[in-house]
Design a binder for this molecule. Structure first.
Ligand SMILES: *Cc1c(COP(=O)(O)O)cnc(C)c1O
Length: 397
């Protein structure tokens, strides 16, 4: 049955992904099922999206209730779920102003616009620069692509938005060398995701924050993948003792309903985007915001952060044991339940083998197996995963 759908898909969908030969059908807890009924332990969660696990009853009920009430209304009116979601998100992040978007890329677009407007209001010029990081990933729309530090993604689509410079993550001197009086923002992922699970060091973050304060440059942190509890705090930057001026969120923010957000401090809010400067038809609609609102409630009720802080280190310990056993495992890094295991060879065959054995994994670059499971996984799930992964490490040629 799967084969027919795969053939049909390849006739109808634009081929922008080399997809695995699996048609997923349903999910329950930390397990996915394909159309043939095969069960998979999921260490991908739709790429760091489905934090609460599949078929979470309270979450599903909240959505169903909202569907029957009101799914969409224009941003020219207020709606209750958006107000509640914004209040809860402010509380969780300590930021002051929220703009809801439909995706991560769109949150990045908004962050860039806010930074440019902030600088424009200061000196009236339009030649401001943004410093982003090599090996970063911020999304596929033109603005987000322009700040993505991977030339391979950008090449065919140049020119980008312009006035973007790239520095090295965790190399403060490389950032400082690019700063001039046109610099309006420094943008980075607190933990680089697609680039290979590279956390910012505390020293780097603190130095960047100090530099931004000194020169009135805005610090934009992309928390689209590493935020929402993934690394053990609600947002990854909260561990560093620094605070961004603008922050982006998406992925697990709605736990499956497409929604993102960019948030800012009151200072930036009062001195950047104003009425008429930015908008979206769907962004922050009642259905999406009912999801955000419920997700934030459930994070508290189900003590999601406690689970990440208990199971994350356990997972890391188990991965490090594998590193001790297999000399082709080069590194294990990351925080909480956002971990990468780097091999000295391409990981694709290992990922396919794991699928055969009922385990979903995903790569981050060619050499890194990325683990971003639902945040509700247990130690037992970790043990099950490790047993399968070990078999794969042993049997793949
Ligand atoms: C996924 C991702 C994005 C893009 O989000 P989309 O919803 O796919 O547009 C941006 N930044 C980071 C760090 C991401 O992981």
């Amino acid at each position: 049955m799967m084969q027919q759908y795969i053939e049909d898909a390849e006739k109808s969908l634009l081929h922008t992904y080399n997809r695995y030969q699996i048609v997923l059908d349903k999910g329950e807890g930390v397990y996915l099922y394909d159309l043939d009924g095969k069960k998979y332990l999921d260490f991908v969660s739709g790429i760091a999206v489905f934090a609460l696990g599949y078929k979470n009853e309270a979450y599903n009920e909240a959505l169903k209730e909202q569907i029957d009430k009101l799914i969409h209304t224009s941003n020219y009116f207020y709606n209750v779920p958006a107000v509640e979601a914004a209040k809860k998100l402010k509380k969780a992040s300590g930021m002051d102003r929220v703009f809801f978007t439909n995706s991560g890329a769109e949150a990045i677009e908004g962050a860039i616009k806010a930074a440019r407007k902030y600088a424009f209001l200061k000196d009236g010029s339009t030649d401001h620069e943004i410093i982003a990081m090599n090996h970063s990933f911020h999304g596929r729309t033109m603005g987000a692509l322009s700040v993505t530090g991977n030339p391979h993604y950008r090449e065919a689509f140049e020119p980008g938005i312009g006035n973007i410079r790239f520095a090295e993550m965790n190399n403060f001197e490389s950032v400082k060398a690019l700063v001039n009086d046109k610099t309006c923002a420094i943008l980075l992922e607190t933990v680089q995701g697609e680039g290979g699970i590279y956390p910012a060091t505390e020293e780097f973050m603190k130095n960047i924050r100090a530099l931004c304060d000194e020169k009135d440059i805005l610090l934009i942190l992309d928390e689209i993948q590493c935020g929402m509890g993934r690394t053990g705090t609600m947002f990854a930057w909260q561990k560093y003792g620094v605070k961004p001026d603008i922050m982006t969120s998406a992925k697990a923010l709605g736990c499956g309903v497409p929604v993102g957000a960019f948030l800012m401090t009151e200072k930036v809010g009062q001195n950047s985007l104003a009425a008429g400067d930015h908008g979206t038809t769907y962004g922050g609609n009642p259905l999406a915001c009912a999801a955000v609102s419920k997700v934030l409630d459930l994070f508290e009720e189900q003590k999601i952060l406690d689970n990440v802080n208990e199971v994350g280190p356990y997972l890391k310990e188990k991965l490090n044991e594998l590193k001790e056993q297999y000399d082709f495992v080069r590194d294990v890094r990351g925080a909480g339940l956002m971990l990468g295991m780097e091999l000295d060879r391409p990981v694709a065959p290992y990922i396919v083998k794991a699928q055969e054995k009922g385990l979903m994994l995903i790569n981050a670059g060619q050499y890194i197996i990325r683990m971003v499971p639902p945040l509700v996984i247990t130690r037992q799930n970790v043990d099950d995963m490790i047993a399968i992964l070990k078999e794969c490490l042993e049997t793949v040629e």
